[in-house]
Design a protein around this ligand. Structure first.
Ligand code: NAD
Ligand code: IPM
Ligand code: MN
Length: 348
């Protein structure tokens, strides 16, 4: 049988709670099949930092890289925790993984499932994918601060956009659109960010020549937030930079039933490094440890993981079980009750 080496990083807050359910679902959908998941758990995140002072050691990174794929819950402590003042778990762990493992496609699908508690009165059919660039933009860390704490402080984060980095993610987005409803929307802010925006627009126009079947659209990011609320069914594939994509995908989660349903994949399409699957949400310190978190986003991230590994049937079964569960939700359930219900659907 095929063995898949899976690194599991439960992380902080609700991360371990939702990952536990995701792992149970993975087990349930693969038990008795041809594929065996050989899992290694990594204790990483704010909790580990507070214990040992380590965020992500070279040994951790090497060990994680030796896996075929990664499942991550969420990392990050309670915002404002003074003990984490000198740590930056998000940069030092999450972004370090995304950058080192060259996760240049941050794939964030949004679909409004029947019965999902969306906030829109007339949502229409919502089914789009945000292809968020994952290794560049203002996230890179190209910046600095001087005169810190003085009235003349200067604090810069420079958005890094390379033709290489933009072209590869734009190509991925076009290929995805070609396989879907053949519509691609570039979201940027070309009216103000003329340098980066100009390059993004030009590269999209160039790659579009190779995909005459794909209808190309452009929206400024502020207007895109309007349409995501007033007419989200207009979107099929959205391609955008790292920061715009971060913001748009929390909104996308909100209009499709809540952040507790939003899954993502940090993909290295070249297959040089393991791809990493995680819910879009964070560690939710406000509800951590109370079995209140919805594990669905983590479970749908397992569906993305299975699909990435070519396990289409298993992936579809997980998605269908989630879909059936969402159609039938009522009352409040604990994290593990949601896991139980989805597993029961899988076995039905
Ligand atoms: P968050 O996503 O953790 O929480 C935002 C709101 O959504 C909270 O009210 C929370 O209770 C709710 N929520 C989130 N996930 C939920 C779920 N599965 N079920 C039900 N409700 C859910 O965002 P935040 O509060 O801005 O960030 C908290 C911490 O998480 C910070 O340290 C942040 O840096 C980190 N973070 C990590 C990741 C990640 O690991 N990928 C992503 C986002 C934020
Ligand atoms: C996300 C998160 C991360 C991001 C943070 C925690 C670095 O918000 O995965 O959406 O901004 O990418
Ligand atoms: Mn985010």
């Amino acid at each position: 049988s095929r063995v898949v080496k899976l690194a599991v990083i439960p992380g902080d807050g609700i991360g371990p709670e939702v990952v536990a359910e995701a792992e149970r679902v993975l087990e349930a959908v693969t038990v008795g099949g041809d594929v065996v998941f050989d899992k290694t758990h990594f204790s990483l995140g704010a909790a580990r930092y507070l214990e040992t002072g380590d965020t992500l050691t070279d040994e951790d990174l090497a060990a994680i890289s030796a896996h075929d794929a990664i499942l991550l819950g969420a990392v990050g402590g309670t915002p404002g925790d003074p003990r984490l003042k000198d740590a930056n778990i998000e940069r030092g762990l999450l972004l370090k993984l995304r950058f080192t493992l060259d996760h240049y496609v941050n794939l964030r699908p949004s679909k409004l499932y029947a019965g999902a508690p969306g906030p829109l009165a007339e949502p229409g059919d919502i089914d789009f994918v945000v292809v968020r660039e994952g290794t560049e933009g203002p996230y890179v860390g190209n910046g600095g601060a001087i005169r810190t704490g003085t009235p003349h402080e200067i604090a810069n984060e420079t958005s890094v956009n390379t033709a290489f980095g933009v072209e590869r993610v734009v190509r991925y987005a076009f290929e995805l659109a070609a396989r879907r409803r053949q519509k691609l929307t570039l979201v940027h802010k070309t009216n103000v960010l003329v340098n980066a925006g100009g390059m993004w627009k030009r590269i999209v126009d160039e790659v579009a020549q190779e995909h005459p079947e794909v209808v190309v659209d452009y929206l400024h990011v502020d207007a895109a937030t309007i349409f995501m609320v007033t007419n989200p069914s207009r979107f099929d594939v959205i391609v955008t930079d790292n920061l715009f994509g971060d913001i748009l995908t929390d909104l996308a989660g909100a209009v499709t039933g809540g952040i507790g349903l939003a899954a993502s994949g940090n993909i290295n399409p070249d297959g040089t490094f393991p791809s990493m699957f995680e819910p879009v949400h964070g560690s939710a310190p406000d509800i951590a440890g109370q079995q209140k978190a919805d594990p669905t986003a983590a479970i749908l991230s397992v569906a993305l993981l299975l699909d990435h590994l070519g396990l289409r049937d298993e992936s579809d079964r997980v998605t269908r079980a989630v879909e059936a569960d969402i159609a039938d939700r009522d009352g409040s359930r604990t994290t593990s009750q949601v896991g139980d219900a989805i597993i029961a659907r899988l076995q039905a």
